[in-house]
Design a protein around this ligand. Structure first.
Ligand SMILES: [Mg+2]
Length: 260
């Protein structure tokens, strides 16, 4: 048993699953807005979608398919996933994200396993965690590439069709895959996300749920946090030790999870 597993003995929850964007840093940082603009520009410049249609299409696809990217694939646009991610994230104002020693100390003091679960690609996740000074606070990152591994297929047609269905939040299947990959018991896992629909799906997948960036509860949320910084006041049970000591061996994650 490793050190982390030793620390787990007797705690009520075994794992904390965190969304990253707009959850570990505030929406007000401006990254979200800049990312949306980049996606719109990509749709205009690379997919040559009519300018007047782009804003509504962008939103409709996001609502229907989880991400605009996933929706674009479903309606038949063919593009390289890595190229899309590089465009959407390549020019983001990462300098607006600063080291967050308060959050870092909170995370390091939590005895649970901590894992990122994001729809973003790995390069973006690593960049954000580095900017926040949290790169060593998580056991692993479940990201776009984890749920949508590149398939080695010779024929381009097959390659594109194999990518037409992207697995991402808020589909419950994405949550079930993340739970399986992280090898966690959802009943002993708390999921944090700023998205109302992701929280609802997390609840449907059996997780304890926290809506972040909201002062009021939303459907499917067990807790609401205005800021991730308020976590100790809202969820002191993360740090509580149970009286009955199960001496349970914690299962390691499966190899599919990208390690941070
Ligand atoms: Mg988010």
């Amino acid at each position: 048993m490793d050190t982390a597993a030793h620390r787990m003995v007797g705690v009520k929850y075994e794992c904390l699953l965190f969304d990253m964007d707009d959850t570990l840093y505030p929406l007000s940082s401006g990254l979200n807005l800049a990312c949306r603009k980049n996606i719109i520009d990509y749709m205009l410049e690379h997919l040559h979608i009519e300018e007047s249609e782009v804003p509504k299409m962008c939103l409709d696809l996001y609502k229907e398919y989880g991400t605009t990217m996933a929706g674009l694939k479903v309606i038949g646009h063919e593009f390289d996933n890595d190229e899309f991610h590089a465009y959407a994230h390549g020019r983001l104002p990462y300098e607006k994200l600063k080291h967050d020693p308060v959050l870092r100390n909170l995370l390091l003091s939590m005895p649970q396993r901590k894992i990122i679960f994001t729809n973003a690609d790995r390069a973006h996740a690593v960049k954000v965690l580095n900017r926040l000074g949290l790169e060593d606070c998580f056991e692993g990152i479940i990201c776009f590439e984890t749920l949508n591994p590149a398939k080695e297929i010779d024929h381009m047609d097959e390659c594109y069709s194999s990518h037409s269905q992207i697995l991402c939040k808020p589909s419950v299947e994405a949550f079930e895959a993340a739970i399986r990959i992280a090898n966690v018991d959802p009943k002993k896992t708390i999921f944090f996300d700023d998205s109302v629909r992701n929280v609802a799906s997390g609840k449907a997948a059996g997780l304890h749920t926290v809506i972040v960036g909201h002062s009021d509860l939303v459907p499917g949320a067990d807790h609401a946090l205005n800021s991730i910084h308020n976590i100790k006041e809202a969820l002191p049970e993360i740090w509580e030790i149970e009286e009955s000591n199960p001496q349970k061996m914690i299962q390691p994650p499966s190899e599919a999870m990208v390690l941070a």
